[in-house]
Design a binder for this molecule. Sequence first.
Ligand SMILES: [Zn+2]
Length: 76
Amino acid sequence: MTTALAPSSALSAADRCDRCGAQAYVRVTLTSGGELLFCAHHGREHSEKLRDIAITIHDETGRLEATPTVTVDDER
Ligand SMILES: [Zn+2]
């Protein structure tokens, strides 16, 4: 008895960018049936092209902004 993974299941720390090996925040399902994983940087870099070849783009880059690592307080 197995539970099928939902196609839109959340990305985990084990998912890695196909380009650089960083943690993946974007999952792209291609019209060909394949799947690509990108970090926030490469997801953004390829987003224009991906829109042409992807069925769905699952984007979790918003989670990055929700996790502040640096406090920027020198705006003046
Ligand atoms: Zn990357």
